[in-house]
Design a protein around this ligand. Sequence first.
Ligand code: SF4
Ligand code: SF4
Length: 380
Amino acid sequence: MLQIAHQRFTCQECGRCCRRFLVPVTPLEIEAIAKLPWPPGECPTRDFYCSIHGHAFFRHDAQNGDCVYLDEHSHCRMHAVFGAKCKALSCRAYPFEFLATFPGEVTAAARYDCPAVLANSGHHTEHYRSDLEEILQDSQLHLGKGFTAEELDGLTRESILVLCEFLRKSIFEPDIPVNALRELARRLERLGRPFVNDVETLKTVLPSMRDKALRETPPATPGRTWPERIRIRSKLLNCLRYDCQTGDFSWRTRLRQATLALKLFTGHGNPNDFDSRQPDSPFAKARIFDAKTWSTPVSPEVWDSLRRCLATRLESLQFFGRAYYGATFFKGLDELLEIADSALALARLNAAATHLGHLEPADGDYAVALIDHCHGKISN
Ligand code: SF4
Ligand code: SF4
């Protein structure tokens, strides 16, 4: 059974996914693509893939950074000549990510690093059911075996679904900060599996437990201690580095990136030096650890995409197990709800380069696209 997360998406044909990301291609696909009978003079290149750390990806043009099959109108040449079905699975499936969850169940969720998903514009994702079901039959798609007993943390399917649905609904209540929900999740973990698995009691007590967590959780002020600062800086750095992957893994590029990473890690440098698509502002100017940064109220519009992104992960269960480095349920949940801290820091970074002083929805969107792109990966 395929469960599709409630989102909206219609491709805007912007070509971002074919420019910005390294798109994987399997050995079987390489073989098939190499044999495509291009009309004379139309084949862009026969040298279409590169290997990085033992994995193959579509090669990017050295001049403009686009996938070698992308044309000047942001359309795929392979698609134009041979149709969608000849493309690699990664190209056909994007922006959807699949995860085998419980026996006989698979979820599909669209990624927020696609501008159309981020903007919540277009068809409801259910519109793509037949396409997604066809992709599910593709032999190149490795779904895994679903959650292991260890990943489930001793919880039943029903208790996980009840808890995730409660958190998903709470995410959309603007008066409930995400850190209070994180505290609620931590309290539930401490109460133990028998408590959480008692679904009827759980349903009854969740609202009052949430309100208590809300009253007792101080406002988030990450960065008060050095370990916290190191943790947040490492997360930001990972996001920036991952978003800037170009396929150029020469020692010269790696050395340059390592030097820039060290600078950012110590609170200096400029993310734009990593990649010209990143905010052009000295890292220090964002003041991500200023108490004012955390205490200034942010308008609900800024976090619209963040709330939707968290809700999608909760609905699709794509935040633990194979979707997050094999993490157990509670560990994955804690890491997911911690996203809000990194998102604020990244949004401040973007705001520092544009409209210093206040956050706009574009800053929240920048942060969410970057974080969702990097938060765990489902590897095929
Ligand atoms: S990034 Fe999204 S909107 Fe842009 S081309 Fe890719 S799928 Fe379409
Ligand atoms: S092969 Fe086509 S769809 Fe796939 S990344 Fe390249 S341009 Fe995009």
